[in-house]
Design a protein around this ligand. Structure first.
Ligand code: DP6
Length: 366
């Protein structure tokens, strides 16, 4: 019926698939590539994937013989697919496409037809783009996953993660829930640079993640540019990737496996601080954190010291927003009380909202 090449009347079908992917927060950071075009990192990294209700991307991928070009919309606005990163993901998925049949709609797409067919992709983030939390991680993971479902790609999740990696490095970790390691790999073609799940989302579900939005402004230096400059100019980055991270990865895996919050918190905070130190060690230096970020670090350090045992772990990505991880709901509620005490809304600082990674609470001070 709707088989490719049949008469015009049967060409009006549209086949679509919708998928959701959450973002992830690195607790041992990826910073620096050894291959820019394949996106191969200089060290392993470990992250925790957020609950899919929060900071997630929903993507619908559609195919129809009436589409004459590949197109994509992000939050309702058309964006260009011309970048090498989109093209790599599309090419890799297309090359693994299989026959697709939808008997109800009378559609039959043959493996070889995918080279001629075009796709339309619509992606939405469930968090305000203005919150400064927009991340390419959920976006590319969702793009690759939805296209793979549409085209009946049979690769296992790890192989898909190696494709998402070519969209944005951190995206490979969003293909799995729970705790995820991105193994840097050794092969020149990048086939072994992929994500593996260390523990499922139920393994340590007491943890509560709170994101304190310090600033909603777009960062001045993108991660891609920042890490490129660090690779070229920061001696600390090379020491970090060779001497520090490999040992930290082993310890972090142990902390996760044994649910050792004290060790987890110590490693997470130390790794965030070292990542920002490499940014300062870059020439010209990159400043992702601001005064409010520094005040948060200092309050959290004081609290942990006062209690004698860590009550919170903090980590900052390429921006000033704080990701705070509490060992349980009780510690999380104390943490929120403290944040509200030190940064009362409406605040003279820019700290304005909290996203709680366990239950849906988005609090706007404004
Ligand atoms: C600080 O994955 O955004 O969040 O691979 O160039 O797209 P590209 O960079 P990206 O970098 C993320 C950097 C980080 C640390 C991390 O997520 O591990």
């Amino acid at each position: 019926m709707g088989e490719m090449g049949s008469d015009e009347a049967t060409k009006n079908w549209v086949l679509m698939v919708t998928a959701q992917c959450p973002t992830n927060i690195a607790v041992i950071k990826y910073w620096g590539k050894r291959d820019e075009s394949l996106i191969l990192p200089i060290n392993d990294s470990i992250s925790v994937t957020l609950d899919p209700q929060h900071l997630c991307t929903t993507t619908t991928a559609a195919v129809s013989p009436t589409f004459d070009t590949d197109k994509m919309w992000l939050n309702g606005k058309e964006i260009s697919l011309s970048s090498g990163r989109f093209q790599s993901c599309l090419r890799e998925i297309r090359s693994r496409a299989n026959d697709v049949e939808d008997q109800e709609k009378g559609i039959c797409i043959k493996k070889q037809d995918w080279e001629k067919l075009h796709v339309h992709i619509a992606s939405f983030n469930n968090f305000p783009t203005a919150a400064g939390l927009a991340s390419s991680a959920a976006g590319f993971a969702c793009l690759v996953y939805s296209l793979s479902k549409l085209m009946n790609v049979k690769e296992e999740q790890g192989k898909l993660s190696a494709i998402a990696r070519q969209g944005s490095g951190s995206a490979c970790r969003s293909l799995f829930g729970g705790f995820v390691k991105w193994v840097m790999g050794n092969e020149a073609n990048g086939n072994d640079s992929l994500a593996v799940q260390l523990a499922s989302e139920t393994h340590w579900d007491d943890l509560v993640i709170i994101i304190a939005v310090v600033s909603s402004h777009q960062k001045e230096t993108s991660s891609t540019t920042g890490m490129r400059e660090s690779v070229v100019t920061s001696p600390l980055l090379h020491y970090r990737s060779k001497e520090v991270v490999p040992k930290r990865i082993v310890e972090m895996e142990k902390a996760i496996k044994t649910r050792d919050f004290a060790l987890f918190a110590r490693l997470t905070c130390a790794d965030s601080n070292q990542f920002h130190a490499t940014c300062l060690d870059t020439s010209p230096p990159i400043f992702y954190m601001n005064d409010t970020s520094h005040r948060i670090i200092s309050y959290m350090e004081k609290w942990n010291q006062f209690e004698g045992t860590p009550q919170v772990a903090y980590t900052f990505d390429a921006g000033p927003n704080a990701v705070l991880i509490a060992p349980n709901r009780k510690a999380a509620s104390l943490l929120l009380q403290r944040l509200l005490f030190y940064f009362p809304p409406p605040s003279d600082t820019e700290l304005s909202s909290f996203v709680i990674g366990d239950k849906t609470i988005v609090k706007d001070a404004g």
